[in-house]
Design a protein around this ligand. Structure first.
Ligand SMILES: Nc1ncnc2c1ncn2[C@@H]1O[C@H](COP(=O)(O)OP(=O)(O)OP(=O)(O)O)[C@@H](O)[C@H]1O
Length: 216
């Protein structure tokens, strides 16, 4: 993947500027954690970033973007809709193909929701929905992963499973995280946002929780 260069990005809602101007370079091979208090501008920055790299990115949005009436299989399969011909997508919608089942099932197994494969998403818990959204992004295999609080509904061990899978599947990622320990453990660069500006940008190896806490 080529590096991503963001220059002087700004965002406003109803005429009020909430982000920027922000410049940020994302180098291939970097796992970046976006941290900062609620309302700082992390989601806004991720969404702007997604607009710039849409063709090579998988996105796990905060609100997940799942189709509630469709099964977990179908929601995960949607990660690659644009990679397959239309007839093949329709075939899978009507009757999931063995090839896709054999790829999606092990992923769901590792996420602990393989028993939900054929269940509609509306019948899942919040944490199970979140894992479905993560599975869709893992299955997509884009060049870069953008994720907005992908483990906010998961308890300790599951949060580690998901962060581990993300690190394994994606060499390059930008992930908004509210858990500082997860950010320090799984990401190699921390970008701290405060009041719509970058207030911290450093390698994880040079940071401790005490360096990040002032952002909150
Ligand atoms: N649709 C919207 N309309 C108006 N203001 C918005 C909208 N979305 C976000 N904002 C404002 O923009 C600012 C940044 O919000 P954003 O969602 O990017 O923060 P965040 O850091 O992701 O927060 P959180 O951790 O709670 O998700 C906040 O002040 C928020 O109130």
């Amino acid at each position: 993947m080529d590096a991503v260069h963001l220059r002087n990005l700004t965002a406003a809602y109803g005429g009020q500027q909430v982000l920027g101007p922000i410049s940020l370079d994302i180098r291939p091979g970097e796992h970046i954690a976006l941290v900062g208090r609620s309302g700082a501008g992390k989601s806004t920055l991720l969404n702007l970033l997604y607009e710039q790299v849409r063709d090579r990115a998988a996105l796990v949005p905060q609100e997940q973007g799942l189709v509630q009436s469709l099964s977990v299989f179908h929601n995960v399969y949607m990660g690659r809709l644009s990679a397959n011909p239309r007839w093949y997508n329709i075939l899978n919608l009507v009757w999931p193909r063995r090839r896709e089942l054999e790829e999606i099932s092990p992923l769901l197994e590792r996420l602990g929701i393989v028993d939900k494969l054929r269940k509609p998403v509306e019948a899942l818990s919040g944490g199970q929905k979140q894992r479905t959204a993560v599975a869709r992004a893992l299955y997509q295999k884009a060049a870069i992963l953008l994720a907005d609080e992908p483990v906010s509904a998961l308890d300790g061990p599951l949060a580690h499973v998901v962060m581990g899978l993300i690190s394994e599947a994606y060499a390059t990622s930008v992930i908004a995280l509210h858990d500082i320990d997860l950010a320090l453990r799984y990401c190699d660069r921390i970008v701290g946002i405060r009041d719509g500006q970058i207030a911290l940008d450093d390698a994880t190896r040079r940071l401790s929780p005490a360096d990040i806490l002032p952002l909150y």
